[in-house]
Design a protein around this ligand. Sequence first.
Ligand SMILES: *Cc1c(COP(=O)(O)O)cnc(C)c1O
Length: 367
Amino acid sequence: MPKHGAAVLTIDLDAVAANWLALRARHPSGPVAAVMKADAYGLGAARVAPRLLAEGCRHVFVAHLSEALVLRPIVPEGVLLAVLNGVTEGSEQAFLDHGVVPVLNDPGQVARWSAAAVRAGRRLPALLHVDTGMNRLGLAAAEVRRLAEDPAPLAALDLLYVMTHFVSSEVADDPLNATQAARLAEARAMLPPAPASLANSSGVFLGALGASDLARPGAALYGINPRPGTPNPLTCTVSLDAPVLQVRDTAAGDTVGYNATWRANRPSRIATVAAGYADGYLRSLSGRGIAYSRGRPVPMAGRVSMDLLTFDVTDLPDIAPGMSLRLIGPECPPDSVAERAGTNGYEVLTSLGARYARVYAPVRPLG
Ligand SMILES: *Cc1c(COP(=O)(O)O)cnc(C)c1O
């Protein structure tokens, strides 16, 4: 269905693949999975998954069972398809029917999956999540100890990995990184032997500290910088180009947008483009957003509206209706947009709107 007048979101699957290969090269201790929760961080899991499988990816993580069921027809049996949020009451049979593997995040989930294994009459695969500092999901140290003392529930399970999740791996010198790795080692020493899964994207860049039998990066696949404050070793995977609907002249003293937060201090030209906060262009970018045209920055004028943005193009006389302004791209990657918006690149990507015309193609400079 053509989306006339919509902003064009270009998604570069070659760049995603290149990022996965770059992560794999940085994690020699074990294979590298792909985290594809939230529709592959907004890029489209149904398109990302086949591309990464073709590169050799054999482990896929999502957050919800529903996300796994969407991917199941695409992800062959034999590739791990795991649900981070785990197995909830009543969902056991769906996991079994579709060969989806739960991450077990608390003693209740361990008991639930173990009971399902007894009913099924066979050992069922699972990952066991141990909490080492996040205090979000995962077995606490005391719960691991209890499980070690009474390992009966584990006897029914095929423990594929014991995993944990870093709290602040993007801060390379945060002492929590080493503490968490040590706590994971302590937990594994108590449990039946099983491989370990540790690093998220930034964890892969911690070197030996983040090394394990399976890395689980998400953000870095999609071009988010795993080491903020240092040059991004990964490639930008998206561009977002919004069409100029109108260019209008304003007199000195005129205001633009809701609540008149921008006032022209000279005769000005204002370009109105077709994207807004309903498209995930965050409203916190009001008065702070920057678009690009042929590599030149264009400042926002006034507030972000639901469907429209206004930019001061007084100094770019070539801007005309029918052209586009670039809102995200190599010139202004998700991390930079996020910094201006007071958030992180993850939120910029996962907010990308449903009204954009999505094109899977190489990301190029906007001419
Ligand atoms: C989201 C998530 C990941 C991936 O994290 P990134 O920072 O995006 O690489 C890995 N493991 C768990 C448990 C997660 O929730």
